[in-house]
Write a protein that binds this ligand. Sequence first.
Ligand code: IMP
Ligand code: MG
Length: 175
Amino acid sequence: MTETVEVLVNEEKVAERIEELGRQISEDYAGKQVHLICVLKGGVFFMCELAKRIRVPVSMDFMSVSSYGDGTASSGVVKIVKDLDETLENKDVLVVEDIVDSGRTLSYLLDVLKKRGPRSMRLCTLLDKPDRRVRNVKVDYTGFEIPDEFVVGYGLDYAQKYRNLPYIGVVKGVE
Ligand code: IMP
Ligand code: MG
């Protein structure tokens, strides 16, 4: 069976929503500098687009995490594969994620980052699947709430493919 990708949120809608989020974040952080943290690799496309639409000073850092245990159900204990280059002390931190699913990864990660002394810390996610939540995670900015379907594109992958799609899609025809 051939694998195809059906569009869930098209390129124009994604761009419009990121523009709105950028405007909202610029208002909320007026007079401040926002320190964006990208969780690699999924968050990278979203963070770059978002950063371009924020009108207050921005700094950026990157980290990469992987969950322990098998890949499908994340255990919630994450290993930091690449840590941040800079300290979070006295920074207004905005963690930028591709998707919040069970919330296990982020609830662990946010706990770790909070201990590093940021002045404030908020979370911005492009996508949220609230039906799947098992850990309570406070999301401050959400691009789109989506149903419980496996999505790709805009940084999200299926077996490392499709991250480069400029829209959010659902993979069909997977055996
Ligand atoms: P959580 O710990 O269950 O919230 O896992 C979140 C991580 O799982 C995300 O950062 C993604 O890397 C991955 N993930 C969850 N849902 C999807 C999806 O629909 N498509 C692609 N990756 C996903
Ligand atoms: Mg991710």
